[in-house]
Design a protein around this ligand. Structure first.
Ligand code: PGA
Length: 263
């Protein structure tokens, strides 16, 4: 595989938390915290994924204050426009300067019946609208017991990436379902094993160059106290952070993992 440098990506998935006013306060506090700490902006890419109703407000703030955070949405419709009540088109997200969109989060797969085929259609929709899909895959505790760690995420990723062009910009997030919101993260070794396997899937399905440049994130109970261990692994290129992204000091400490002892 071609050696390339991948800029680490720290992504904050707010889930269904914070209205647009609370969003303003958190983004401002996060920005100030990083500035106070003299954080070097280019060292890590920061992306935040607020609820849909916050996006316009956060976009305006980022723009006005020149805040170096990328904006993303937590989902999108597989369709571009039309009679799909309650859905949000990738075209609308692109107009709000969203760069990223999370697709196939386990909560959407589980509570909103998103199949691998729906996930694949949403990946295509994201690419159509110039958005970078953050494709989430991961096994449940039962899957882990029955099939081991890689089998289910590998199967999910193969379907999600089918038909993705070789030059597409994508991000993959490995999120073991048993680790999400549980306080029990995978070990760095477990994350590395699965992320390395997922990289071979990107190579097979999309191409070697894509595999070399694609960021593969780990997600599931990431905190400032465990991020450095994940980031030391060669195939873990960042983190998708849920709960800890809602606390400015904690998320800033995750972003600044390079300053943690021992990295
Ligand atoms: P968590 O969530 O960090 O709260 O475990 C991660 C996610 O669901 O993306």
């Amino acid at each position: 595989m071609v050696a390339v440098t991948r800029t680490p990506l720290t992504a904050g998935n707010w889930k269904m938390n914070l209205d647009h006013l609370q969003a303003l306060a958190l983004v401002q506090k996060l920005h100030w915290t990083l500035k106070d700490a003299k954080h070097e902006d280019g060292s890590v890419e920061v992306a935040i994924f607020p609820p849909f109703t916050d996006l316009r407000t956060v976009q305006t703030l980022i723009d006005a204050d020149k805040i170096p955070f990328a904006l993303g949405a937590q989902d999108l419709s597989a369709h571009t426009s039309g009679a799909y009540t309650g859905e949000v088109s990738g075209a609308f997200l692109a107009k709000l300067d969203c760069r990223y969109v999370i697709i196939g989060h386990s909560e959407r797969r589980e509570y909103h019946n998103e199949t691998d085929e729906v996930v694949a259609a949403k990946v295509q929709a994201a690419l159509t609208h110039g958005l970078v899909p953050v494709v989430c895959v991961g096994e449940t505790a039962a899957d882990l017991e029955e099939f081991g760690a890689s089998a289910v995420p590998v199967g999910q990723l193969r379907i999600a990436l089918a038909g993705v062009p070789a030059d597409a910009d994508i991000v993959v997030a490995y999120e073991p379902v048993w680790a999400i919101g549980s306080g029990q993260a995978a070990t760095p070794e477990q994350a590395q094993d699965v992320c390395a396997t997922l990289r071979t899937v990107v190579a097979e399905v999309v191409g070697e160059d894509a595999a070399a440049r694609t960021r593969i994130l780990y997600g599931g109970s990431v905190k400032s106290s465990n991020i450095a261990g994940f980031m030391r692994e060669p195939d873990v290129d960042g983190a998708l952070v849920g709960g800890a992204s809602l606390v400015a000091d904690e998320f800033a400490a995750i972003i600044r993992y390079q300053k943690h002892v021992g990295v």
